[in-house]
Design a protein around this ligand. Structure first.
Ligand SMILES: [Fe+2]
Length: 372
């Protein structure tokens, strides 16, 4: 088998990297649209650093700060209109997955006339504004992927827009921006990154290079689980989580996600569960359901995270997310509907084990303590 690995994103990592490497922004353009949410960019200090970097370069900018959690189609079209109206020639995304994913779609839509009903068709050309990303959470890995996940109301789920041209040009990783992240967000985002690594390791598209990245990411994130649970992260932990979440992005940039992500989208769309939490609620039951069908791969994962099997991981995730009594309520009918949606997601086919709709239904039931 011939393996391949490449992403075109230049990644700077370390305290103060935005200002230290401000000059790298200069070739991107004359005027930036900064895409972000309402608060994290300001609270984290990332927006101030980016403004200072742009000022130092003599680059103009405007801010679009209306990105909500799980950004909508309306949001990204509105952002693209803003980019066009101000004559932005590059985009800077600051925030968690939602602002960064919205920034990517805005960069695309600012250059291409794509009717709303065809946004998710996948027919895009190479025209896109260059992008720089500054994550303020450690989860999504969006700074190192070609994906933009947008709420798809027509299909009542979230859908990925993917283009090989949608990799950011630059990514700045400074874990000081994570200091303002509340405990539950830190947990949810870390589990999202962990799930990227696990799903990537269990993908038919995995290769020895993505495997090495995935094992490194899983090991790094799981080593922080005890302090994540207590809400007592150190600066070194935040360094590790940010590094690992970018690695998780580098993994799924090649492998895609598999079953957990498409299953989790319904929990987010219908129950309002945070994206990472949705993945974490399903991950234990998912691994348990395939444990006997790919024992070597599951064994590798457990070795990397120092656990005995899916049951132990489920208990750890319960500690982080809260047990069944604190979970969203899901009925059997809802679980059946969610399974019927998830089985149609294209990522399901990435899983090294072929899953049926009935199996997805059972994973939902087990995840929410519902008797079969
Ligand atoms: Fe994710």
């Amino acid at each position: 088998m011939i393996s391949q690995y490449n992403i075109p994103t230049r990644i700077f990592m370390g305290e103060g990297c935005v200002l230290a490497k401000a000059a790298e922004l200069a070739p991107l353009g004359k005027k930036a649209l900064i895409v972000t949410g309402r608060s994290s960019a300001v609270k984290s200090g990332a927006l101030a650093d980016i403004k200072a970097a742009l000022d130092a370069n003599g680059q103009e900018y405007a801010i679009y700060d209306s990105v909500m959690s799980n950004p909508t189609v309306e949001c990204v079209y509105e952002g693209a209109e803003k980019a066009k109206s101000i004559g932005a020639d590059f985009i800077i995304g600051i925030g968690g997955g939602s602002p960064m994913d919205a920034a990517k779609a805005i960069a695309l839509l600012a250059c291409q006339d794509i009717p709303r009903e065809r946004l998710f068709d996948g027919n895009y050309d190479e025209k896109i504004l260059p992008m720089a990303m500054v994550p303020t959470t450690a989860g999504t890995g969006s700074e190192a992927t070609q994906y933009s996940i947008i709420t798809n109301d027509a299909r009542k789920t979230k859908t990925s827009i993917s283009s090989p041209f949608m990799f950011p040009t630059l990514a700045y990783l400074d874990s000081r921006y994570l200091r303002a992240v509340p405990r539950n967000t830190a947990v949810n985002t870390a589990i999202d990154a962990f799930s990227h690594c696990v799903e990537g390791y269990l993908s038919v598209r995995a290769n020895p290079i993505t495997d090495a990245l995935a094992r490194e990411g899983m090991e790094a994130i799981s080593s922080v689980f005890p302090r994540l649970a207590k809400g007592s992260l150190t600066d070194a932990d935040r360094d590790k989580l940010l590094y690992a979440s970018t690695i998780g992005g580098m993994v799924i940039a090649h492998t895609g996600t598999t079953a957990v992500h498409p299953m989790g989208y319904s929990l987010t769309y219908f129950k309002g569960a945070d994206h990472g939490r949705a993945n974490g609620l399903l991950l234990g039951a998912f691994l348990k359901s395939i444990e006997n069908r790919c024992p070597e791969r599951i064994g590798d994962i457990m070795t990397a995270i120092g656990m005995s099997g899916a049951d132990e991981l489920s208990r750890v995730l319960d500690t982080l997310l809260g047990g069944e009594e604190r979970r969203e309520k899901v009925t059997k009918d809802e679980a059946a509907y969610y399974a019927s949606v998830a089985i149609k997601a294209k990522n399901i086919k990435n899983c090294i084990v072929t899953l049926t709709e009935a199996e997805l239904y059972e994973i939902y039931l087990k995840s929410f303590g519902i008797k079969v």
